[in-house]
Design a protein around this ligand. Structure first.
Ligand code: ADP
Ligand code: MG
Length: 367
């Protein structure tokens, strides 16, 4: 039972500024939690799906051996637009580890040069802001398309310049936190495996908005994906900066995986996780049907279309289900692919600079 709440709160970050409060139980155990003013519906659906996937992964010996799973936290909706979120202590965001100035981040220490994080961000945001104004004034669809292609060209050249000047540094994180060679290898492996599993599960669920503050890394160096508001590929369909990648596999993410990059444990673990999800396609689709049926479809589909007639909601559910079914069958750009080819295409898509340069500056695609 609840005994009391601590009488102060902190705001760990985020645009919605969720408040972290600590609940103390009768037997004096502290339960830190976040009170977040945002629709908890999608977070709940995503975490329910993750827990089902975790059961499937745990049942499979190849995945169990590799400890492939999604790290989870509890989500409890307490109103239409307020949720309680279990706060995972000891996890740091990738933003804190890699780029934040005030946290003595890796990029500031291991790659100090003129192109610091803030400068790079301004270079990208400058282009995006200037085209936002131009696009707002454009009168015809043709003009808009032309502006869009001009913007992409400019972004690409800035992105290439930034990548040329800024070197990935995530490998140093594992060196710094390890006490011995075996500790180092173990932590790096934990990271690589959890990056693989969460990329594959994230792809199937259509999890977007994977910027540096929405991915945390825990004490064992496994990734914890938070802020699950963008599921079912919502982020790929937003009008202004539609996301162009299936998961976060930027240069720093790969740098943390060691010499072999994606070609070692990463791809092996991607294959095993994807295999299990594809083998359990029918089970997963049944769960998705139930989750869609039980969730508030009206609020969910409102995220992608403004008119919420019953027909539109039914259409939305059909589209979501169809898209996930396709992914579980290897559908990709009009082809049907085997597991390894599917994953290699996804990796190519996630690492293609032409895709990365188009992401919203807040995504920090060069990190
Ligand atoms: N489950 C969690 N465990 C630990 N820290 C969390 C958790 N959820 C959020 N946080 C922290 O709170 C910050 C804001 O939360 P987030 O859900 O991303 O809010 P927003 O939607 O406003 O971005 C995160 O960047 C992270 O530092
Ligand atoms: Mg966030």
């Amino acid at each position: 039972y609840v005994s009391r709440f601590e009488n102060h709160y902190i705001i760990p970050g985020g645009i919605t500024e969720p408040k972290k409060i600590v609940c103390i139980s009768c037997n004096n155990v502290a339960f830190p939690q976040l009170v977040k003013k945002d629709d908890p519906n999608t977070d709940l659906i995503a975490s329910q799906l993750f827990s089902v996937v975790n059961v499937l992964l745990k049942k499979d010996s190849a995945c169990r051996e590799r400890n492939l799973k999604m790290l989870m936290y509890k989500v409890i909706p307490i109103a239409k637009d307020v949720g309680l979120i279990e706060f995972v202590e000891g996890a740091q965001s990738l933003s804190d580890v890699l780029v934040r100035k005030d946290t003595d981040s890796l990029h500031a220490r291991f790659d100090p040069q003129d192109f610091n994080f803030v400068t790079c961000r301004q270079m990208i945001s400058g282009i995006q802001k200037s085209y936002k104004i131009k696009l707002g004034k454009a009168k015809t669809e043709g003009e808009r398309m032309q502006l869009h292609s001009d913007m992409t060209r400019e972004l690409r050249s800035k992105f290439d310049l930034i990548c040329d000047k800024v070197s990935p540094v995530f490998r140093y994180h594992f060196l710094e936190i390890s006490s011995s060679a075996s500790d180092y290898l173990g932590k790096r492996l934990n990271y690589t495996r959890s990056a693989a599993a969460s990329s594959m599960v994230g792809y199937i669920v259509g999890l977007g908005d994977r910027h540096l503050s929405n991915i945390l890394i825990d004490a064992d160096r496994q990734l914890l994906h938070i802020d699950l508001g963008q599921v079912f590929d919502f982020a790929r369909a937003t009008p202004r900066y539609p996301e162009t990648v299936p998961f976060r596999l930027t240069r720093d993410m790969v740098d943390g995986m060691g010499m072999l990059g994606v070609e070692g444990s990463f791809i092996r673990c991607c294959i095993e996780s994807m295999r299990v999800m594809r083998e359990n396609k029918n089970a997963l689709l049944s769960v998705i049907d139930i989750l869609l049926y039980e969730s508030n479809l009206e609020r969910l589909s409102a995220k992608v279309n403004d008119n919420n007639g019953a027909e539109k909601m039914a259409l939305f559910a059909t589209l979501v289900r169809g898209s996930i079914k396709g992914k579980l069958e290897g559908a990709y750009g009009g082809e049907v692919l085997g597991i390894e080819t599917q994953i290699r295409r996804l990796i190519r898509e996630a690492t293609d600079p032409e895709n990365l340069c188009q992401l919203f500056h807040g995504w920090s695609a060069w990190i």
